[in-house]
Design a binder for this molecule. Structure first.
Ligand SMILES: [Zn+2]
Length: 497
């Protein structure tokens, strides 16, 4: 790949810089090799005329398999929502071409918004397959985004993931859940062998593998520890949803006699490689345990509001020294991949926590979560989320004349509170201009859209079928959610009541 000179931009070097600096950037082999003025010309030049160059955004948590479900659901609590997202009685097999298109749709949206890096906690309904793994990874490789992919697949029967449910469900439903297709630990470890050997470090290092248990209650202790072993051996992030909802808090009490954070810690899997996703219903002891472990918490504020999960204790976690990264979670629970929306929501939602406004997050803290938290959880060979010599050359380039900057007082507050993603003009990943003047340079977007339009009748039919299958189970799940809601767990993460 030839050198790239980005000329005439105003740079925000990192979340820790308060002002823009007029500088050029020289990129070689995907890495920043020089920053300054009067840099030598390169084979490729991107002339900016005062546009604003920031580190590419890192979307640190999402599930691409939800991409086709955008806008299908009203607000629902997580446990009912998951009847649609991952139907527990599903069978059949996924079509790799459909998986590929589904993945590409989300990646295209993200690149056009200046999101250069993502962590995809991909699930498979009902079973994981090598062809689906390849379809996801190929989609990211081809479109030019930086991606870390894990396999989020439960291996226990549905009713074991929840409190009360086994007693609430009719016997025939239990029997169907027992016989529905389900992965095993052995099968999943074989899929991880494939993911790691085929895709970890592929596409010039843009692609990487992570491991995922989905959540502790969706796995067995032996599988949780086997994944930890893989993470340690290959230095991979380890994704784990924990204490997203009050139901999960109650599940910990009912099933493990302790919170899910303490349970994970007791198994020896909670360490600095773990990404603890959500961490809403954590108590003080959990926050102390998280801080000691070095784990990174993924904050997904729009999803958390949409599913009524509650509000993550941002200030308590941060004061304890827990690193935080930011994600959109899912196109069916956000309902977009627009990290800018999550950024603004993260910046404002914690003002609902109380009147001491000195504890509310600042714009700089939110950008730190996006760039530093994202960088930390990604575990890549070079820094992400900052513009410095030796870092990966990933940039979002924003139109300096856009509404967001009329006028420009403070660049960080402008980005956090004003920007929606509409100012993004160009996106650079690993030194390659993958979006130029709002257009993807790596794939034929019109062809992608045409394929999606062809598929839409099927997607709508699938959504109707899903509603019917979910409706049969919903009363039992609703009762479980209500039973957990009534339990006194000693604190609350809901606000405004
Ligand atoms: Zn998630």
């Amino acid at each position: 790949m030839s050198d790239l000179l980005i000329r005439g931009g105003n740079l925000l070097h990192s979340a820790h810089h308060a002002t823009l600096v007029r500088s050029d950037i020289l990129v070689r082999e995907g890495v920043i090799v020089a920053i300054g003025n009067d840099l030598p010309a390169a084979a490729d030049v991107l002339d900016l005329d005062g546009d604003i160059v920031i580190p590419g955004l890192i979307n640190a948590h999402l599930h691409s398999p939800g991409n086709f479900m955008r806008g299908t659901l009203e607000n629902l609590p997580l446990e009912v929502f998951m009847l649609y997202e991952v139907p527990p009685l599903a069978d059949g097999a996924e079509d790799p071409a459909t998986v590929r298109l589904r993945t590409q749709i989300g990646a295209a949206e993200m690149l056009k918004l200046g999101i250069t890096t993502l962590m995809d906690d991909a699930f498979f309904v009902p079973l994981t397959s090598q062809s689906s793994i390849d379809a996801i990874a190929e989609a990211y490789a081809d479109i030019g985004i930086r991606a870390t992919v894990a396999l989020d697949q439960p291996i226990v029967p549905e009713y074991e993931k929840y409190p009360f449910l086994r007693d609430l469900l009719p016997t025939q439903v239990i029997e169907r859940m027992d016989t529905s297709p389900r992965e095993t630990a052995k099968g999943m470890l074989a899929h991880y062998d494939h993911l790691i050997s085929r895709w970890h470090g592929a596409a010039d290092g843009r692609l990487a593998a992570a491991v995922s248990c989905s959540a502790p209650q969706r796995a067995t202790p032996a599988y949780l520890q086997a994944l930890h072993g893989l993470a340690v051996r290959h230095d991979l992030p380890y994704f784990c949803h924990m204490l997203e909802t009050k139901v999960q808090r109650v599940l910990g009490e009912e099933k493990y006699g302790q919170s899910l954070i303490q349970y994970a810690d007791s198994l020896g899997i909670l360490d600095e490689q773990m990404q603890v996703i959500h961490a809403i219903w954590v108590d003080e002891a959990d926050i102390a345990t998280l801080a000691r472990s070095g784990a990174v918490v993924a904050h997904n504020p729009v999803c958390n509001l949409r599913l009524g999960s509650g509000v993550m204790p941002f200030r308590q976690l941060r004061d304890a020294g827990v690193p935080i990264c930011l994600g959109t979670d899912e196109a069916v629970s956000d309902d977009s991949h627009n990290l800018w929306g999550a950024i603004k929501t993260a910046a404002v939602v914690h003002a609902a926590s109380g009147s001491d406004y000195r504890t509310w997050p600042t714009g700089a803290e939110i950008l730190e979560a996006v760039w530093d938290g994202g960088n930390r959880v990604m575990r890549r060979d070079r820094p992400l989320g900052r513009i410095e010599v030796g870092a990966h050359a990933d940039f979002a380039i924003l139109d300096g004349k856009a509404d967001t900057f009329r006028p420009l007082h403070d660049i960080r507050r402008a980005l956090v509170f004003s920007e929606s993603g509409s100012s993004v003009r160009h996106t650079v990943v690993a030194g390659r201009v993958v979006v130029r003047d709002g257009e993807l340079t790596t794939i034929d977007e019109a062809a992608m859209l045409a394929a999606l339009r062809d598929l839409e009748p099927t997607l709508r039919q699938d959504a109707v079928a899903l509603r019917e299958s979910a409706a049969a189970l919903e009363p039992f799940y609703r009762q479980m959610v209500m039973m957990a809601a009534e339990r006194d767990v000693g604190f609350s993460r809901w606000v405004g009541r």
